[in-house]
Ligand binder design. Sequence first.
Ligand SMILES: Cc1cc2nc3c(=O)[nH]c(=O)nc-3n(C[C@H](O)[C@H](O)[C@H](O)COP(=O)(O)OP(=O)(O)OC[C@H]3O[C@@H](n4cnc5c(N)ncnc54)[C@H](O)[C@@H]3O)c2cc1C
Length: 332
Amino acid sequence: MEIKDVVIVGAGPAGLSAAIFTSLDGWDTLLLEGEWVGGQAAIAYTVMNYPGFPPNDGAFLIENLQEQVTSPPPKGVGAEIRQEKAIKIDTEKKTVITDENQYEAKAVIIATGSTMQKLGVPGEGQFVGKGVSYYAKRDYEKFSGKKVLVVGGGNTTAKSALLAKTKAEEVFLIHRRDSMRAYPTMVRRLQKANVDIRYNTELKEIKGDGTVKRAVLFDNKTNEEKEVPLDWIIICVGTEPNTKLAEESGLAVDESFVKVDDSMMTSKQGIFACGEITGCDNHLVSCASDGATTGMAVSEYLALEKVKKGEMFKGAINGKYADEYLQILKEG
Ligand SMILES: Cc1cc2nc3c(=O)[nH]c(=O)nc-3n(C[C@H](O)[C@H](O)[C@H](O)COP(=O)(O)OP(=O)(O)OC[C@H]3O[C@@H](n4cnc5c(N)ncnc54)[C@H](O)[C@@H]3O)c2cc1C
């Protein structure tokens, strides 16, 4: 069993930002990532709303962030990222179990984010990876000469359709309402790129033989159903928080988000959570900020735990020093 000061589960914007703050305060920090570093942000196309980052690819932002997190000082903060999926957390012992290892931590941060929401229509599960996907950026290179359907009405849906259009022969977008939720500029870009937008239309079923061949669409104004031939479907109807690990570990969950108090601590002592699983606004800047707040809170918690045991620690903790903590303790 390896011992760490802080183990962070999930290396998306929230987990990576938390690691910056715990590492800068001198705590030995390990991030565990089950899929790809950067989470949803790594597959965001043109990020237009991150302060100090002129519109560019999300992967570029994450590349810089990963370098900052893992490079030793002075270039970065020297935290470690390991490609391991956490399968269990013992919230009493503060141990994190992965397929390969077990870690004991003084504090654990859960930052498992969200995954793309499923529609639950017949054929969806059967054709995932065979013509059904949730992230255009991971598949669009395969769209040359293909007819692609994009489902949803938000900015991510619009960006998926625009990306698909760079390769596909034909892209059409369906949305169950009579207008898009996406920014008006995004809708204008879709129109300019000749993406065929069909409102009041729902996906009812996906059909094929090995790969996707057809989709059954339903017009919810006329109640008409029709089958259309196509090659690929990108489902982009929002995200759902990844709370399974937290719930199975016995942490309190409220309205499908992990419950945290003002210091970002969950219902268990020393187990913290941040980012989209806590209900944070679904934006990069919000999740990075939430992670930073959590990193600082964890740092204070660890310092206080040391002082309570009569141990000293090196360095400044958020600008405070050990004697100030002792004073806080004396004052009760
Ligand atoms: C296609 C797309 C485009 C977007 N574009 C923008 C944009 O332009 N601007 C913007 O502000 N926001 C955008 N967003 C939203 C933004 O990316 C998210 O709000 C942000 O990434 C959430 O951060 P997070 O760290 O909370 O979670 P996530 O980014 O979801 O990261 C969570 C990480 O935890 C990992 N994980 C989960 N379970 C485990 C486990 N058991 N063990 C180990 N690791 C685990 C996941 O693999 C993932 O890497 C976009 C999202 C998508 C999907």
